[in-house]
Design a protein around this ligand. Structure first.
Ligand code: NAD
Length: 366
């Protein structure tokens, strides 16, 4: 859908899917902050449509997404997603029923996960300060180990077998490598680390390496290096300043990005974008974290991941200035020590949200 233009300002249509656990808490906080931003800046509008697709819906109807739901969703400019997963629904049902159903149908093949240490927050790494850890992880988001290929036979028998087949197509690898090189090229250091495991996985990951080498020729200004995934964990912990943009397979990047978020202070600050770079379909923006059953309803979930996610969404929609302003406001609040417990503070979700709103409102006088 093209953004509509009303009263001189563009209006973007946003589908919000809060879903499960702390998803509704953080998405509500995100909408509060985004509304404050549009009211203050008055340069564009956001029109939210809420979709109550969740594990509760699944338990009532047998479906996460109703018939025709994806056609409805396609009409929006972007999707603002919370988290899916409930204690009484198997995780593979919830993940494939909602999140992966959207990512895969909408060919959101590039999953982008920026990480850095915000001013006012601390890395658990000794000597790692603000500026030392500033990465973008690009995760292949459509195939690899999460392609959904495989099966089970002789279920329940002692001779039962199950296969989970990792798929690497030249088309799929080429497009994610090109996206990763473009991402690295736009950043000051122009440095891309390709994560692999081609020593052990001698088919798919050898193709992965070969395609990376071939695509690298199109980007002579980007320096590329290669790391085995196991050695990569060591480098992330011991030499965080040596990394910048990172590309990895669906599974590898899924794991590495949780490590990255923790090294930056908490999973509660990490955003992710599921992008369809062709822009045929809307892209989906969500915090990296899951439903966090252990803190649901306690009012202590960190909304910063969702605020950063919201800033990423604005940048993708073309509102780069608003995106930067939002992130600056969030960082200013962190710097003032208004932090939730996961970052060592005492503030509640609402207190952090109110502080960010107050910071945004100051923009009107600047
Ligand atoms: N994208 C998604 O929707 C997504 C991602 C990961 C996990 N999940 C699902 O979420 C459920 C729980 O998974 P999990 O426990 O492995 O991961 P999780 O991210 O939900 O929680 C891991 C830990 O991090 C903490 N945490 C997470 N987000 C936080 C926040 N915003 N503020 C403060 N603390 C936070 C939690 O309290 C918990 O201790 C499962 O059903 C899983 O399948 C969904």
């Amino acid at each position: 859908m093209s953004p509509s233009v009303a009263s001189g300002n563009r209006t973007y249509s946003i589908a919000s899917i809060p879903a499960d656990g702390i998803g509704p808490e953080v998405i509500s906080a995100g909408i509060t902050v985004l509304s404050a931003l549009t009211e203050t800046l008055k340069t564009f509008n956001l029109d939210f449509t809420n979709y109550d697709w969740s594990s509760e819906t699944y338990k009532k109807t047998g479906k996460y997404i109703p018939d025709g739901g994806l056609e409805d969703l396609k009409k929006h400019d972007a999707i603002f997603f919370g988290a899916v997963g409930a204690p009484d629904v198997p995780d593979h049902i919830s993940l494939w029923g909602l999140r992966l159903a959207i990512c895969q149908t909408f060919q959101q093949y590039a999953n982008v996960r920026p990480t850095r240490v915000f001013r006012g927050t601390e890395s658990p790494l000794r000597n790692c300060k603000h500026g030392d850890l500033d990465w973008v992880i690009v995760r292949e988001n459509s195939e690899g180990e999460y392609a959904g290929q495989g099966g089970r036979s002789h279920i329940g028998k002692p001779w039962e077998v199950a296969t989970e087949v990792a798929i690497f197509s030249r088309h799929g690898v080429e497009r994610i490598m090109r996206f990763a090189f473009e991402t690295a090229q736009k950043r000051p250091r122009k440095l891309l680390t390709v994560v692999t495991k081609s020593n052990a996985q001698r088919n798919g990951l050898v193709l992965w390496d070969e395609v990376a080498q071939a695509v690298a020729k199109e980007f002579p200004d980007v320096t590329m290096d290669k790391m085995l995934v196991d050695a990569m964990t060591t480098r992330m912990v011991l030499k965080p300043e040596s990394l910048d943009t990172i590309v990895a397979t669906n599974l590898h990047a899924d794991i590495l990005s949780d490590l990255a978020a923790s090294l930056a202070g908490s999973i509660g600050i990490a955003p992710t974008s599921n992008l369809d770079p062709t822009r045929e379909y809307p892209s989906m923006f969500e915090p990296i974290h899951g439903s966090a059953f252990d803190i649901t309803g306690m009012g202590i979930s960190n909304p910063v991941a969702t605020f950063w996610t919201a800033a990423e969404m604005l940048a993708w929609l073309g509102e780069a200035d608003a995106s930067k302003k939002l992130l600056d406001c969030v960082e200013a609040v962190c710097e003032r020590g208004i932090l939730t417990r996961d970052l060592g503070g005492q503030a509640t979700t609402v207190q952090v949200t109110e502080a960010v709103v107050a910071e945004i409102q100051k923009l009107a006088t600047q």
